[in-house]
Write a protein that binds this ligand. Structure first.
Ligand SMILES: Nc1ncnc2c1ncn2[C@@H]1O[C@H](COP(=O)(O)OP(=O)(O)OP(=O)(O)O)[C@@H](O)[C@H]1O
Ligand SMILES: [Mg+2]
Length: 251
């Protein structure tokens, strides 16, 4: 697990006067679960969107394996993005399409698949894998919050990515459902050997499932390492965040 699959060096991004990312340098080990934690509005989603090329950095560099992405044009970046799956913060399914069509969409639009039998097979296999078999004809608004999240993960998986990014996969779910989604992240990582990068507010879950954690505060990485490294961090913000998270668990 020691190879680094994604690395950023001094990544910065502002929106006008709002300096969201400041000199962010992170390294994500291949086949790891990597968690990004930090307060709301601190730049976690912007960091991930910048890595996958949805946003451009103002300065700094990004590598995927030995390929530098920060110097690629949008056209050059398009084939590289195929290696990345992205499960959006709000699951972002197309409401005008049923589940089967939602999952088939990347196969048709990105891969240009035309064989309906093959498409149906691939969609059915993935729905089986996320333990929601046979729900192809359901509409997104017929699904529970947890089901939507799982279908969102399935859609992010459908092009067989090497890295899957989860933006707050458990937010808004009750603790039991949140646990099933955390377990799904672990399954994606272990059974499919996919590197998982997860933004989460759930610090206890991050400690349980992540191999490495980055702590973002006001655009700066203030700590990065294994849970043991973070648990013994003497940074006051890190200590507070961890203490509050674990105390909340007890109440
Ligand atoms: N496209 C955009 N245009 C302008 N400002 C943006 C844009 N995207 C994000 N921001 C700003 O960047 C800052 C960080 O936003 P971001 O969504 O990364 O926070 P976050 O850490 O993911 O928060 P949360 O935990 O609430 O999801 C916020 O001040 C936000 O308003
Ligand atoms: Mg966010």
């Amino acid at each position: 697990m020691s190879d680094i699959i994604i690395r950023t060096e001094k990544l910065s991004r502002s929106f006008g006067e709002n300096h969201v990312l400041r000199d962010v340098s992170i390294s994500i080990p291949e086949k790891a679960v990597y968690a990004v934690i930090g307060q709301s509005g601190t730049g976690k989603s912007v960091l991930i969107k910048t890595i996958i090329g949805m946003l451009r950095p103002d300065s700094g560099r990004i590598w995927f394996k030995d390929r530098e992405l920060s110097c690629l044009s949008s056209r050059e970046m398009a084939p590289v993005r195929r290696f990345f799956g992205y499960s959006f913060q709000n699951a972002a399914l197309f409401d005008s399409m049923n589940v089967g069509e939602n999952l088939a969409f990347p196969l048709v639009e990105v891969l240009g698949m035309k064989n309906q039998g093959e498409i149906r097979k691939k969609v059915a296999e993935l729905l089986d894998w996320i333990e929601l078999p046979g729900i192809e004809s359901k509409w997104p608004d017929e699904l529970s919050g947890g089901m939507r999240k799982r279908v969102g993960v399935a859609r992010a998986l459908i092009l067989n990515p090497e890295v899957l990014f989860f933006d707050e996969p458990t937010t808004g779910l009750d603790p039991v459902l949140a646990e099933t989604i955390n377990n799904l992240v672990v399954r994606v990582n272990k059974e499919l050997s996919i590197t998982c990068v997860m933004i989460t507010h759930d610090i206890p879950a991050a400690f349980r499932i992540a191999d490495k954690i980055a702590f973002l505060d006001q655009g700066y990485i203030i700590a990065q390492g294994s849970m043991t490294d973070l648990a013994v961090s003497d940074h006051p913000m890190v200590r507070d965040f961890i203490r509050i998270s674990f105390n909340e668990l007890k109440t």
